[in-house]
Design a protein around this ligand. Structure first.
Ligand code: MG
Length: 384
């Protein structure tokens, strides 16, 4: 029961519609670009990196890192640093192997960022293999499912006007979805008005969430947070720069709306100060950056602080989504999972059998491991 091969496969797939709206003029030639007022680099493509771990007996485990920009960086870490540590080992040692991988560069200070993205992709593939070896879905190996389906929110509403966002949200409510997150950060008044328009149109029962993409200072975030509390917001995500735990703690103490944070963090060590300082009410690790192992442990840590989990799912494709559903099933303190319809469609196009999200919930795959597999021929066809 030994690992014989570890391959990293970077992917670059054409995208029609982006989470934050259409692509700017000139994007789409393989270059990266900015989307003001946001400061992060974006790709004109869906970019990711898959990991394929093979066993001597022919079993294959699939993993994926969240790698929306420069997936080749993660590929190099996997192939040069992690693969030699995994070959010859048993996937059933998944927890030991996480620590082996983590220790490789720990003393050099590489316990976050791209290094952890690479570890996470391998961790997901190891859980997939554990499931295949033992004939059980990953959530069963984590101790079982707390729920039959995974409730989710529609994320983004990428339309330029309030009226169009309302119309888009209403098309989802007709399909049974009752929770929506706005990609915002356009100023206090504009953000409050955007949420207000949705609240007026969709009524008091609909769950509304807001992602501010780290654009606000503390005083602005307090003002907006108070307005959002009046609108009955479910959470206020990424209000302030992500390193600033102290300001988030002050914000969380000042406003009634729950503060959500976490897509930038990757390990339980990184989340610990957020819990200790009561800087977040909801944690949002991404399985493509924290793996199944760490997300499960972060959830356990959060539970002891009465903090809920809303795992982040942005442009991670089918392996990442399936892994997130598996771990979300197995944690007691789940709030909601993220759902991005345009990404989900591309993700499913690359899987041998599709994931299902309907009536506001993800179905939990029941096959062994992640319960899904990558269609490698299809991936080759769809590569840009
Ligand atoms: Mg976000």
């Amino acid at each position: 029961m030994k690992i014989t091969r570890v391959e990293a496969i970077p992917a670059r797939i054409k995208r029609e519609e982006a989470y934050l709206g259409g692509l700017p003029e000139g994007a789409g030639r393989g270059d990266y670009f900015l989307r003001p007022p946001y400061r992060a680099l974006y790709s004109a493509y869906f970019e990711t990196v898959f990991v394929k771990i093979s066993m001597a007996d022919g079993d294959i485990g699939w993993g994926e890192a969240l790698a929306p920009v420069a997936p080749e960086v993660v590929q190099q870490i996997i192939e040069q640093l992690l693969a030699p540590a995994l070959i010859g080992r048993s996937p059933l040692d998944v927890n030991v192997l996480w620590n082996v991988m983590y220790d490789l560069m720990r003393e050099r200070g590489y316990y976050g960022g791209f290094m952890l993205d690479a570890i996470s992709a391998c961790d997901v593939a190891l859980w997939d293999l554990c499931g295949k070896i033992l004939g059980q879905p990953a959530h069963q190996l984590l101790g079982g499912a707390f729920r039959e389906r995974i409730p989710c929110y529609v994320s983004g509403l990428p339309r330029p006007t309030a009226a169009e966002r309302v119309e888009l949200a209403q098309s989802y409510t007709e399909q049974g979805f009752g929770a929506f997150k706005l990609a915002a950060g356009h100023g206090i008044r504009a953000d409050a008005e955007s949420v207000g328009a949705l609240r007026d149109a969709l009524g008091a029962e609909t769950t509304l969430l807001l992602d501010a993409h780290w654009v606000y200072a503390l005083d602005e975030a307090v003002q907006l947070g108070n307005a959002l509390a009046d609108l009955g917001l479910g959470f206020f995500e990424a209000p302030i720069n992500p390193e600033d735990v102290e300001s988030h703690a002050q914000l969380a103490a000042a406003v009634a709306v729950p503060i959500a944070h976490g897509e930038t963090e990757r390990t339980r060590y990184q989340f610990r100060p957020w819990l200790m300082q009561k800087a977040a009410d909801i944690l949002q690790p991404d399985v493509g950056r924290a793996g199944i192992s760490e997300v499960f442990k972060i959830a356990a840590l959060a539970e002891t602080f009465n903090v809920k989990m809303a795992p982040h799912l942005s442009v991670g494709l089918g392996i990442c989504i399936a892994a997130t559903i598996q771990v979300a099933a197995a944690i007691p303190n789940l709030y909601l999972l993220e759902y991005q319809p345009p990404v989900f469609e591309i993700a499913n196009a690359l899987l041998e059998s599709p994931l299902i999200c309907q009536d506001g919930c993800y179905e939990i795959p029941t096959g062994p491991g992640l319960g899904v597999a990558l269609d490698e021929d299809r991936l080759r066809q769809m590569q840009a």
